[in-house]
Write a protein that binds this ligand. Structure first.
Ligand code: URA
Length: 433
């Protein structure tokens, strides 16, 4: 402990390591001292590991989240005439829902300040998807963001470095110390960013199933409950839907492919599961802010598409420009008649990643055009020769790297004899509020 510091990190680590409780003042100090670099990375990684084994009590978690919020700026949208509402998804394969959802909800009269991130590993990032639109830029100043929000009613942009900087440091540290997978730290990480973003209401889409970051359903439900409680404590009307991610969402998994599918949804088409989940989340968002409007009508009238086009243009993008297309396209077909009994989200996400759609480390580039179209899902009957997957890649080496995940005994897609039973999660597993 120095003359000017009220605590020493080593003492607080010992308290948590031995199963004790950190006081509010200790938590405030720890997060603040870590953000300003006084608490060292190795000390915070020991603390994260102590929390991994000992957990945080509910009051500790609330205080931890508050301290993370206070580590940076808190946006204020009080000047807007519309109520603010946002959605956060824990991410999955083919999860492009934010893209059609934001303009739909904006067209219904709410303001949606969607501060997003990039993808890491097998799940895609919203910004990576939008960056496949020629000219579109992710980074806006706070003033630019507010102007787009005020004018269009929805904005999707990169979260600035001033938002919950403690989380930025801690998340990177957790990533390399095997301490990501802890419900209180995940909940406080996500909710500190969303609360600092200044939204008045929030709908969480917590994914469960093989392609989700929280694959076990009981743990996904626990994460959802924890986040809803944190939102409520901070005065943000929060509701969580726990939804299926055992099978990829929609047809497209890959950046430009997902933009194209999102535009299809806004044009009144698109895969049934993407449309259903988008409309469901939109209805929950509108209900939380007391807006009585029909999101399906916003699509049918063309207003949602109009909002999309304005939103893309406001960030330099050309909504009419052709999207990048991969030079190599290969279709994998069924080798027999039968029924699809498996279409595994994780394997398809990994294959899309190997094709170039995702990144391994946070500074890797991504391919805009790479990805997979999933043409058959569990329960679909197929004939030999029917297309199952269409792969898009920029070069042959990428294609070769992805193929082992998609063929052979551990194949992502399995065709079984007609009549074989299959199981898949319902689209909505639980709703928590
Ligand atoms: N996403 C986040 O933002 N934080 C976590 O801790 C995990 C997922």
């Amino acid at each position: 402990m120095s003359d000017t510091e009220p605590f020493a990190a080593v003492d607080l680590i010992r308290v948590k390591r031995d199963g004790g409780t950190l006081s509010p003042a200790q938590i405030d100090w720890l997060i603040d001292a870590y953000t300003r670099g006084h608490v060292q990375e190795e000390q915070m990684s020991a603390m994260a590991m102590a929390i991994y084994f000992q957990g945080l009590s509910d009051p500790e978690l609330v205080r931890w989240t508050q301290a993370m919020i206070r580590s940076g700026e808190r946006m204020d949208f009080a000047s807007l005439s519309r109520p603010t509402v946002d959605k956060h998804s824990t991410g999955g394969v083919g999860d492009k829902i934010t893209l059609p959802l934001v303009p739909i909800v904006a067209a219904c009269g709410a303001a949606v300040p969607q501060l997003s991130g990039r993808g890491l590993g097998h799940t895609g990032g919203t910004l990576d998807k939008l960056e496949s639109i020629p000219g579109w830029r992710a980074h806006l100043s706070n003033a630019e963001m507010l102007a787009v929000l005020d004018d269009v009613g929805g904005v999707i942009c990169a979260a600035g470095s001033g938002l919950a900087p403690a989380d930025r440091k801690l998340y990177a540290l957790r990533d390399v110390t095997s301490t990501v997978d802890i419900i209180p730290l995940i909940a406080s990480s996500i909710m500190s960013k969303k609360i600092a973003e200044g939204t008045s209401a929030l709908v969480l889409d917590v994914k469960t199933g093989s392609g989700a970051f929280m694959s076990d359903t009981a743990r996904a439900v626990e994460l959802a409950r924890t986040m809803v409680a944190l939102g409520r404590d901070e005065g943000v009307r929060t509701r969580a839907l726990v939804t299926a991610m055992d099978v990829p969402l929609g047809v497209a998994a890959g950046n430009a492919l997902e933009v194209a599918e999102s535009v299809d949804v806004l044009a009144g088409g698109g895969p049934a599961d993407v449309v259903e989940l988008t409309l469901l989340l939109a209805r929950h968002m509108l209900e939380l802010v007391g807006i009585n409007a029909d999101p399906a009508e916003a699509i049918a009238s063309g207003r949602a598409m109009d909002h999309w086009r304005r939103m893309i243009r406001a960030q330099g993008g050309d909504p009419d420009a052709p999207l990048p297309q991969a030079p190599i396209v290969e279709t994998l077909t069924a080798d027999r008649d039968g029924i699809i009994t498996r279409c595994d989200a994780l394997a398809i996400g990994r294959a899309a990643w190997r094709l170039g759609a995702g990144r391994a480390t946070k500074d890797d580039p991504v391919s805009a055009s790479a990805g997979i179209e999933v043409l058959a899902k569990p329960g679909d009957e197929v004939r030999a020769g029917d297309p199952l997957l269409r792969l898009h890649a920029e070069d042959a080496a990428r294609l070769e790297a992805a193929l082992p995940l998609l063929a052979g005994p551990e194949s992502a897609v399995v065709v079984s004899p007609p009549g074989t039973a299959y199981s898949r999660l319902p689209l909505v597993v639980d709703i928590i509020d």
